[in-house]
Each structure stands twice: as C-alpha cells, then as structure tokens.
Design a protein around this ligand. Structure first.
Ligand SMILES: Nc1ncnc2c1ncn2[C@@H]1O[C@H](COP(=O)(O)OP(=O)(O)OP(=O)(O)O)[C@@H](O)[C@H]1O
Length: 256
C-alpha cells in the first residue's frame, strides 16, 4: 500500500537562502502526525509546499503515490488533500450552515453545469447538516460565523476544511489562541472528525502534540531531525539538545 503522503528530498529556497533542506517523510494512511520545531524552522513553509501554495525548488511530494508537486492548491484539494489556515478562512457574514454548504459545493467543482449543480444541492444540504453535527454546532445552525465564539469559529473552519471529503487533512495550529479547557475539548473534536483520515498538524502546544499525534516530526533549520512516536521523540537526546539550544538562544536574545 502506498503512503498517504510522501516527501522525497524536498527543498525550497527563497532567494539564496535554503529554508527547506532535503526533507524526507513517509506518512501512512490514517496516521496523525504533529510537525513541531522552533520558530522559523520551516514548518509553515513545508505545509505551503505540500498544499501547493509554493512550488518546491526541487524534490517530490506524493499523495497516495501520485506526484502533486507543481500542481495548484485547488487541484491538490480536489485530489483529496485539504488544508486549514491559521488565519480563519470562513465567511463571517454567512451562517454556520451556509459556510458548510459553501465548502461542500465548492468541492463539487466547476466540472458541473449549473443544472447538475442545482441537482446536487440536496446532497450538499444533507452533507452540510452531517458536518454540522460532527463539529457540534447544530444549535448554532443559523448564527452568522462572525457571531460565534473563537473556538466555535475554529471548529467551523475545520468543518469547512473537511467538507469536500479530503482524506489527508493539514491543520495549521488548530488550537492557537484557545484556553486550556477549550484546547482539551478541541483535541477530542479533531480526533473525532479525522477518524480514518490522515492528519498533519503544525503545533506549538506540547499538550496537543502528545494528546493527538501517533507520530511527531521534529523540524529544525529546514531538516527533519526526528520522525517517531511521541515516546521516542521525548527520549531523543538530539531533539532535547535542539530545543535546549533554541530556548537558550531565545533567552539570550531577550537578555536573560
Ligand atoms: N515567502 C517567503 N519569502 C522569504 N522568506 C520566507 C518566506 N516564507 C518563509 N520565509 C522564511 O522561511 C523561514 C521559515 O519560516 P516558516 O514560517 O516556514 O517557519 P515556521 O517553522 O512555520 O515558524 P513559526 O513556528 O514561527 O510559524 C523563516 O526564516 C521565514 O522568514
């Protein structure tokens, strides 16, 4: 069976600076992977390369064994890889239900004529209702997105991200800005809505990382320093040194 997602010697330079420096990663179907690393290590850039926002300078990205590097984000999305952003990507003046239905309809694509599109509306409505239950927002069905709490908005964003039925989902700091109790609740939600899917998440909160991930990829200076189970990563001395190094550097920069 092919990997859900595979990166082969992936590299990216901005100008003369190499930011991603030969990343290899093989993610199995159904695995939940947290990508961690110090600020500026290249985690978001890696997500941008996978989701097609930037083309790699060299190397390959394979989705279920087929090359996707060089494709446009919407093409990659239609092939089953969906990404949510740190920046909320929901429509503030549409209701919860309308946002979800937009996500579903958009994923149906432009290959349908208008009449076929209309015929699909019933399916889209049913799918939007189902998504709403999954993200536990049925009681907020007709509330405008802008009037939801922050945590509810992030739940809606995940609903929109998975609306098209993607089986590989990339979440960029899904719990950023949440309280501890909201975060715990949210980990359960992410777990529920990604059952059977492959998940990659960039995360700074170690509680989330260890609560959610089957495997952790540690990215330092554009390279994968370790890719292993949470227990093995926690015990890895190279990882401990890299983090210790960066925290010492940070405290020196702050003059401590
Ligand atoms: N479009 C770009 N042009 C030039 N440099 C960029 C670009 N995008 C990112 N970089 C640089 O690449 C490096 C890695 O950035 P990236 O955002 O991928 O790191 P990160 O690990 O996600 O950091 P953080 O945890 O702070 O979000 C940084 O030095 C950043 O300034």
């Amino acid at each position: 069976m092919s990997c859900a997602l595979q990166l082969k010697d992936l590299r990216k330079s901005f100008g003369k600076t190499q930011i991603i420096r030969g990343v290899n990663l093989a993610v199995q179907p159904g695995e939940r992977v947290a990508v961690i690393g110090p600020n500026g290590a290249g985690k978001s850039t890696l997500f941008n390369l996978i989701s097609g926002r930037f083309p790699p300078s060299s190397g390959e990205v394979l989705l279920h064994g087929a090359r996707i590097d060089g494709k446009k984000p919407y093409e990659i999305n239609r092939l089953g890889l969906s990404r949510s952003f740190q920046i909320t990507n929901i429509f503030p003046k549409l209701s919860v239900f309308e946002n979800l239905r937009c996500g579903v309809l958009w994923s149906l694509g432009y290959r349908y004529t208008f009449l076929k599109f209309l015929a699909k509306l019933d399916d889209a409505n049913a799918r939007a209702e189902e998504l709403m239950r999954q993200i536990h927002l049925e009681r907020k069905r007709d509330v405008l997105a802008m009037n939801l709490t922050y945590a509810e908005q992030r739940a809606l964003e995940i609903g929109v991200t998975i609306a098209g039925g993607a089986n590989v989902v990339l979440l960029d700091e899904p719990t950023a800005g949440m309280s501890r109790s909201e975060t715990e609740h949210f980990i359960d939600l992410i777990r529920e809505v990604t059952v059977g899917k492959t998940l990659l998440t960039v995360e700074h909160d170690m509680g989330v990382v260890f609560g959610l991930a089957d495997k952790i990829a540690v990215v330092v200076y554009g390279e994968v320093l370790a890719f292993d189970t949470p227990e093995a990563v926690r015990a890895n001395t190279r990882v401990q040194e890299a983090y210790l190094g960066s925290s010492v550097a940070e405290s020196q920069a702050q003059g401590h």
